[in-house]
Design a protein around this ligand. Structure first.
Ligand code: SAH
Length: 260
């Protein structure tokens, strides 16, 4: 089935950009490729003449840009979060090349899901913590000896791949729309992970001295799974019930011999 859709569900999120010229270059790359949603997380200098100058005829993208203080604000209502990285990171995450990743993005956006494509700082990219907020990572297979592209150029590559899919109009954008429940938003997953951590402490599965990577591994598991809203509600219900019974047992002095 052929379905060509607008790319309005895809937002470009620039984290902590230093140079306003790069923000302008991104706006131009976006407009050239029919993208329109720009989110700026704590930009160092914005608005700025340099950004306006580099944007050329894409000033409207800058005018409509949403400026946020935190990454959480920028991605809270997104159903799919994708992080870009110029190099390999310590904890492996599902990693795709731009072509395959943009196919996923295009399909999801076509199904009405809001997608965030996150880009990092010019000097040090995205932090590990920011990358761990993502469902997927995408890397442009650049020269291993000089792997880091200019920010505007990196956005251009992703935007071009999306545009190619739009022009070709061959990808079945409705494939995802047939799921029986809406996919959970990023903020709902964050709330679930807080609840999970709290409960794991309550049942003494997680202790201050336990391996620090446990929550990270669980986070990666859930990010990979793409929970829907009902699944999040069921899991939250299990946690609430677990906490209830643990509290009851503790009130009765039954700590299962695990205390201390
Ligand atoms: N020195 C930084 C690179 C920053 S480049 C580092 O080593 O991480 C600025 C941003 O452009 C990156 O955060 C990323 O969003 C994007 N970018 C640059 N090169 C890229 C590549 N090869 N693949 C994917 N994104 C890239």
């Amino acid at each position: 089935m052929t379905d060509t859709h607008s790319l309005d569900n895809v937002r470009i999120v620039l984290v902590n950009t230093s140079h306003p010229g790069n923000i302008g270059a991104v706006a131009r790359a976006m407009k050239n490729m029919c993208l329109s949603q720009l989110y700026l997380v704590a930009p160092r200098k914005f608005p700025h003449d340099e950004a306006t100058w580099r944007a050329a005829s894409a000033g409207d993208i800058l005018d409509n840009a949403v400026v946020c203080e935190t990454l959480d604000e920028a991605i809270a209502d997104c159903h799919l979060v994708v992080g870009t990285s110029a190099r390999e990171r310590t904890v492996p995450w599902p990693l795709l090349n731009p072509r395959h990743c943009m196919e996923e993005v295009y399909r999801e956006a076509g199904a009405g899901h809001r997608v965030a494509l996150m880009f990092g700082r010019e000097d040090r990219g995205l932090t590990n913590e920011e990358l761990q907020r993502c469902n997927l990572h995408v890397h442009i297979p650049s020269n291993p000896e000089y792997s880091s592209l200019n920010l505007g150029m990196a956005v251009q590559v992703m935007a071009y791949e999306l545009r190619m899919l739009q022009v070709a109009g061959e990808l079945d954008a409705n494939a995802m729309a047939e799921w029986d429940q809406p996919v959970a938003e990023a903020e709902a997953l964050e709330r679930y992970l807080v609840h999970l951590e709290e409960t794991l402490y309550d049942i003494n599965f997680l202790r201050a001295e336990a391996p620090k990577k446990l929550m990270l591994r669980l986070r990666r598991l859930y990010q990979r799974t793409r929970l829907d809203e009902m699944e999040v509600n069921i899991l939250r219900g299990i946690l609430t019930s677990t906490q209830y019974w643990v509290r009851k047992a503790k009130e009765r002095g039954e700590d299962g011999g695990q205390e201390g």
